[in-house]
Design a protein around this ligand. Structure first.
Ligand SMILES: [Zn+2]
Length: 373
């Protein structure tokens, strides 16, 4: 069945420039300058694939504009907003592993505006669900600094704006980017209206965050769930984590809207992680999330693009998610889908133990809060 799926895209997202680098580190004259890992290619190639297979015209293009400063200030400090504006005039660092080049302030505000437009369209019923192909990513951005290539926290700000506008009350964020969603966790750590769940490779980035015991604080206690997984997880572990932790958490929380922080860097070909997923795993995970959304909140679900650094493979993963959200069959076949390329996908005992620890720890804490409220 074809769904009405909103789509956020803006060529100007591609004009944010992290400059020349050795991987993710500025070369500083010590090494031959190369393309920074967070460059436009992964996302532009996804858009090109959607165009080439006639998917884009079947999606509902959603108008959006740069978020006003007042929206940014719902989470970020004024000092940090000013720093990004000033730094992006000439180019430089605005935090940890985060660069604002010329024009980045405007592009980053446009990304926040894009995510906010997707939330507005889905919560107000203009479309059934949406995919926001925004850039720069947002889930690492903290209150007072950029982190991990993220300037402003796109999803967090969109939720805060939506709550302030009265579009939505209870939102669940499921972050399957391979890195921990530390910025989103920080934004809602004391908040019982926003459930934040992050599935990530343990001790990857940020190194000392994303632990099981970070369950939220004060009114938000129990409403933050981390599922740190050991390196080397494939589809078996990821689908088990969705089934045993994410879906029960969503059922307990009863959101009005589900937002996926949709990174594709847990894919086998990603240069910044050590997981094994292929595009069809993202398809199945999306199906499970949509089923939960159908049951809990009238199918209201948004996937917002985060990380993912394989320029040839991110587009295939993104296509799988967008096909699932929209019901469109593009005809694109993943040539790497066969296990002859990516074996070792079954759930291992030590991976099961990591998932069970999340069930016994943070999920139990959520159940305790929901039962007592
Ligand atoms: Zn990531």
């Amino acid at each position: 069945m074809t769904m009405t799926t909103g789509f956020i895209w803006n060529e100007r997202y591609m004009w944010h420039d992290n400059g020349a680098a050795l991987g993710q580190i500025p070369t500083g004259g010590a090494f031959q300058p190369g393309l920074h890992l967070e460059n436009p290619e992964t996302k532009r190639r996804l858009k090109n694939l959607l165009d080439a297979y006639d998917v884009t015209p079947q999606l509902v293009s959603l108008a959006h504009e740069a978020a006003p400063i007042a929206t940014l200030a719902r989470f970020h400090t004024q000092d940090y907003i000013d720093l990004v504006e000033t730094t992006s005039k000439s180019g430089g660092s605005v935090g940890q592993a985060t660069i604002a080049g010329p024009g980045s302030f405007e592009v980053a505000r446009l990304a926040v505006g894009g995510t906010t437009a997707a939330v507005a369209a889905v919560t107000q019923g203009h479309v059934q669900n949406a995919y926001a192909l925004t850039r720069p990513p947002g889930h690492h951005a903290e209150r007072d600094r950029g982190r991990g290539f993220c300037i402003f926290n796109n999803i967090g700000l969109a939720i805060l704006e939506a709550k302030a506008q009265g579009w939505v009350e209870r939102v669940a964020v499921v972050d399957w980017d391979v890195h921990h969603g530390n910025g989103t966790q920080q934004a809602f750590y004391n908040d019982s209206d926003v459930l934040t769940v992050s599935i990530h490779q343990e001790m990857l980035y940020p190194v000392n965050l994303g632990k099981l015991e970070e369950i939220g604080d004060a009114a938000g206690e129990g409403f933050n769930i981390n599922v740190p997984l050991p390196a080397g997880c494939g589809g078996g572990a990821y689908l088990k984590a969705i089934d045993d932790v994410v879906i029960p958490a969503l059922n307990a929380f009863q959101p009005d809207l589900i937002i996926i922080a949709c990174g594709f860097d847990a894919a086998y070909f990603d240069p910044l992680s050590h997981m094994l997923l292929v595009a069809n795993h993202y398809r199945t995970m999306t199906e499970k999330m949509m089923h939960a959304a159908d049951t809990l909140c009238g199918g209201k679900i948004i996937a917002n693009h985060e990380g993912g650094y394989s320029d040839f493979y991110v587009p295939l993963c993104g296509m799988a998610v967008i096909e699932t959200l929209s019901g469109i069959d593009s005809g694109v076949k993943d040539p790497y889908a066969g296990t002859e390329f990516v074996a070792n996908q079954d759930l291992k005992p030590h991976q099961f133990e990591a998932i069970k620890a999340a069930v016994d720890g943070p999920l139990a804490a959520l159940f305790a809060r929901q039962g007592s409220s």
